[in-house]
Design a protein around this ligand. Structure first.
Ligand code: CA
Length: 240
């Protein structure tokens, strides 16, 4: 499940963080490039052409805030700011410097990676784990989905889906025939935005079934795999 083509530019001046991130993010399948100060980050950016920038706020030479502003003027690259103090969060958010998200030190690598994937998912050009390359159209049985146009056609009729339902259906169709554990679905669709209880996923599945299933009371497309998660059934020839 590696993503060898996703390059992260880590802008960080503390050795302990650089070491931990280099090892940890590589293990998660990211290509890691490191800039140790703000000036180097700006120099390296055009060379590295990262898919995502992880940017410490407190940096030597050029501050993370200024680096973020400068990068934003050059590129739409996803930027996650890293803050060390609560007061810095206020600065990052209040100044609206154009960052896509922020994390506070100390953070767990798991949390950081979930946020990175969530941010990457919002960018069509950067393809996260398991997503459809290049946003190609998906057709499974009588359901067709076009990620680029955000269109879903069910049994010949165009159906309008809210964003989360659309994302959930995309992942289910991409992985048709495979069991998707609840945690994977939650991480892929909501990431760190998942603040609701564990029923949120089930509620969305129920809404999707109402649109996708010929008989929502007896699902044959989006099936529950007890104790695990959900699976989108591949169509069988005999099934109508
Ligand atoms: Ca720092």
């Amino acid at each position: 499940m590696a993503i060898p083509t996703t390059t992260v530019l880590v802008v960080e001046d503390e050795d302990s963080f650089i070491d931990a991130l280099t090892v940890g993010l590589a293990r998660e399948g990211f290509r890691v490039q490191v800039a140790r100060d703000g000036a180097q980050a700006l120099d390296l950016f055009d060379i590295v052409q990262p898919d995502l920038v992880l940017l410490d706020v407190m940096l030597p030479k050029v501050s993370g805030i200024d680096v973020c502003r400068e990068l934003r003027s050059r590129s739409k690259v996803p930027i996650i700011m890293v803050t060390a103090k609560a007061s810095e969060i206020d600065t990052v958010v209040g100044l609206e410097v154009g960052a896509d998200d922020y994390v506070s030190k100390p953070y767990r690598l798991r949390e950081l990676v979930a946020r990175m994937r969530a941010v990457l998912r919002r960018v069509p050009a950067a393809v996260p784990v398991g997503a459809s390359g290049g946003g190609e159209a998906l057709t499974v049985g009588d359901v067709a989905l076009d990620p680029d146009r955000h269109e879903v056609v069910i049994r010949g009729e165009e159906v309008s889906l809210p964003l989360k339902e659309f994302e959930l259906l995309t992942i289910l169709l991409e992985n048709a025939g495979r069991v998707l554990p609840r945690e994977v679905l939650i991480d892929r669709v909501w990431g760190h935005d998942y603040v609701g209880d564990t029923k949120t996923l089930d509620v969305h599945v129920k809404r999707l079934r109402a649109k996708v299933e010929p008989d929502p009371a007896a699902p044959t497309r989006i099936v529950t795999i007890r104790g695990l998660g959900y699976k989108y059934e591949m169509p069988k020839a005999a099934r109508v």
